[in-house]
Unconditional design. Sequence first.
Length: 338
Amino acid sequence: MKTSKLLYLHIFFWVIYIIGAVLIPYFVFYSNATIFNITFFITSIICFYVNYFIVVPRFFEADKIYKSIVAFFLSVSSFVLVRYFAEEWFLPTYFGIRNYSEDTDFGFYFFDNIFYSSTTIFISTTFWFFKYSIIAEEEKSQLIEAKKTAELQALKTQINPHFIFNSLNNIYSLVYQKSDNALPAIEELSRLLRYSTKDLGEDQIALEKEIGYIESLMALEKLRIKNPELLVFEKKILHLNLSISPMILVPFVENAFKHGDFRNKGFTMRISDENKILHFYLSNYKTGKMKDTVSGIGIDNVRKRLEILYPQRYTLDIKDLEKEFVVDLKINLRDENH
């Protein structure tokens, strides 16, 4: 229940209250005390909101009994003073009637109204705690969301420098070799940077666009590989409206090119979205070298983002075998695309 719905709860309570305390006694039981029922109702409203907005927020503390007792008697006092003014001064002065006898002692009047005010104070306090719990829950949700957003943004900013670093290494190698492929490689990198600069700030991008990253990355990497025909890429995209968080799949492909063995070897990559379940599979041969810390950023990054963005909606199976590295990722994208 959101904070705005509290208003309806208050209205519902007072409608029930006035029906039970004023209207039914007058129209059903023909009560001759209607004027006192009305003053009691008005007193209850004033006491309710004095307690709700002033007394409980400022004085009530569950771990300090004396403060809670003070808060209770402050609320009772507000009830007594308002009711006394209405029924023992205003009505006698202008209508010549009073609720209590004229010789009633104020001490007895105060004590007697502790009982009558207790229900109003109890309900008012309950409503306040209900409001407080809703506000606390909303603030907690906002803090979690803000933390999640900040963490995702931090993770995204990790991806981009790492991606540029790998690509520049490849281009440097081509330039050093004075390869004719150096200029096309720079053009591919500039296209990839246009993608990443525009889309990394988005929460979701089209799945086809994420695949476009991969295809551009492969085009860049093929320029330095002796047997590019050994890079097998199969895609079967049936749902053009599917979206995904940017740079979820790319780091796995980067990792394959960074640490894969492409000496007369390639890799196999498959992407499909049957039943709106994204299935990404990548298998590549390893060079046998240990992974460096820079490479580790990419996959660890994706693990964290998957846990934040798709909790209980993904499976990630990574097999780091002796000669082969296999990634098998499935993400349920149905909830992201209504």
